[in-house]
Each structure stands twice: as structure tokens, then as C-alpha cells.
Design a protein around this ligand. Sequence first.
Ligand SMILES: C[S@@+](CC[C@H](N)C(=O)[O-])C[C@H]1O[C@@H](n2cnc3c(N)ncnc32)[C@H](O)[C@@H]1O
Length: 389
Amino acid sequence: MTAPYTVRLNASNQEVVLSGVIRPEHARQLADVVARIEHFVADLHGTVFFNLKRLRHLNHTAFLTLARCLARICQTRPALALKVVITSVIPWAEKRFAFLASELPTLTVETYDDEFYPGQKLIEQTSLIPCLRTQTNILWKSERELMPRHGLTRGMKIADICCGIGDFAALVHREFAPTQVVAVDHSQPFLDYARGVAEQFGLTDIEYRRGDASNLLLDDDSFDFVTCRLALQIFDKPEEILAELYRITKPTGRVYLTNEFMSHIFGYPRDASIRWTYRRSSEIFAHLGMDLDFGPKMRAFLTDCGFTDIRIDSIHVSNANTDADDFKRVVQSWSDYIINEVATAANADEETKQRLRRGFEDHMYAITHRRGFASWPVCVASGQKPRRK
Ligand SMILES: C[S@@+](CC[C@H](N)C(=O)[O-])C[C@H]1O[C@@H](n2cnc3c(N)ncnc32)[C@H](O)[C@@H]1O
């Protein structure tokens, strides 16, 4: 075997969970896997789930062995319903298991794709594209200066995980001449957009790939610099994503993160209204399983994940250092998105929406006011994967 795998029973869900990479040379090497599956299933009735969502690779020998095992169960236990749960980010899975389902009457296949984290449907929306694009525009001039302090140099192998519309990967490619850039996102529309922009700009060597950040189809220890920007904050289990970022980073390579501190976005005048809106927005996101105040927690999560040499920074976007129209455009896109999508998904009432709208308008007022001050704090952190002992 070139990489480890696990087979376990999640008894409360009647679920056999296979994860990792299964690449045997001979079927007999999987005798223990088959025996365990048969043992798990022996005591179960009704529907048994085979959860393959975290199975990164299954070679042909392993697929045949598993297929034969499932066929045997269907034959010997005709009253048992087998449901195989796969994800479409594994390119081979749908085709192979659809064939199996057509052959075995009690086996069905379900593609799981939209519940990686509770707020997923809200994030992977094309209405977010203008917002992401203007945010990157604003942040790039600070990040370009900051990233060398966090270990980025020219000629590195770079992965941008949760790359969104791919603009950051394109900017890094231009500025830091990496030897390889792989940019991964789960949203197909964002990736289509990213590929379109790369083509327009004549950037042919960025590899935009569809994938799941909590189960990346990328090898261990393969990148010098792994970025994940404004993204850990949307997951309810950020530690799982961080563990994947750690896994794909080379020993002595670094993971670079940015996240927000939404409840501390501020402005003056009309400061009370602005403060209320961002605090309330952060609470609404939290209600939907997202932590838009994740920024200050990054050091703790990096430490707990095993990173060393942790470096932290903050970017203070303000009307003193950023073009007022760009800044207003970002606030306007937050306003539209938070009120129309996020607050609606959280069943916020009309009065709350009105008050939220007023706070965003007041923030925009502060941005252009002659005596005004308006800010958007973004936290930055990076950590090194230690050298192997
Ligand atoms: C707030 S956006 C940030 C995008 C980009 N890093 C930026 O700064 O513009 C979060 C991104 O995470 C992506 N995403 C969500 N769930 C994902 C998953 N399970 N695997 C990979 N990407 C995911 C979304 O499609 C979205 O592009």
C-alpha cells in the first residue's frame, strides 16, 4: 500500500466508513477489509450505508474487490438495502458506482455534494463573485507586502485551497513566479469563472481543480506554501481543513491564512449603528454554523494542529489607505449578500433587515465623510510544518 486507509463502523448511523487511499497490488491484500465489512454488516438490518466520501483513491483491484463484496452481501441478504454514498469531487466514483447500482437491485448510489459545512449553499453562489473580486483587489496590495514575511519567495510550489474565483492565484503567479500553482475550490461556477479569467490573461499554467478542502486529492508533503484565505471562517470544523493543509505542506513549508474579525469592523460617525450591524451580522453567520470572528483564533488553531514558528499580522483596510469607491463597493456587496441571502436563510425579520441595512449605509457614509473614519480588519497568520524527526 502506498498510503493508509481506514475501515470502521459508525454504528449509530448503520454506516460503514471507508477513507484514505486503497491501492493493493492483489485482492488478497484486502482480505481483512472484506472480512471487517462482512462482520459489520452481519448484525445490521434495514438500510446499511457505505460512506465513501473520504475515500481519496481506490484502484481497480480495490474497486473490484469491494464490488464483489457488495454483490455477495446483496445476494446473501436480499432484504438488506445498501446505499453507497460518494462525492462527485472524486472523478471516477460516480461512473463506477453507477454501473454497480445498475447491476445490483438492492444497491443504490447517492452523490453527496452540498453538505460539507452548514452554510455551503450560501457561499457557493455566483452572486458573491463581484464581492470576492473587489475584496481581493483591496487586500492584494497589503498581502503582496506581507506574504514574504510569512515565507513566500519566488519559485515555490504553491497551493491555494478554497481559491474562490481564482484571482489571488493569478496575482501570486504573476508576482512570485512559482514553479507550480494548484488552486482548489468546490464551486464549479467559481472555477469556470477562474479558468475564464486565467485564459483572458494568458495564464496557462495555473491548475484550477475542483475538490473538497477537507479531503484534498493532493499528495502529502508536496507544497512549499499553502494558502487558504477568508475560508476557514465558513466551516463549522475548521480544524479538519487545517489538518489537510498541514498534510499537503512540505516539512519546513508554511501555511498562510487570512480570516475576518467581523464584529470589530467599525466606522465613525454613526458608530453605534455600524457596530450593531456587524455584531448582529456575525451572530447571524454563527447561527448558520460560520464563524466570521475566526481571525483572532487562528494562532490557537495553528498551534493545536502542530505548526511551529507561528507569525501573525493584521491588515487594516480603511478609508485612509484604500480607494473610497472600492471600499464602498465591498460594503455594498456585503449589505446585499448578508441581507438578501444570509439573514433570509436565518429567518431574520424585516425590522432586523432594515436595521442591518442602515448600519451598512452608515458604514458607507463614514467611508466618504470628510471627518469620517471607516475600517475593515482582516487577521493574517501563518505557521511552519516542522521538519520530520
Ligand atoms: C469566502 S470564499 C473565499 C474565496 C477566496 N479564498 C477569496 O478570498 O476570494 C470561500 C470559498 O470556499 C469554497 N469552498 C467551500 N466549501 C469548500 C470545500 N469543501 N472545499 C473547497 N472549497 C470550498 C467556496 O466555494 C468559496 O469559494
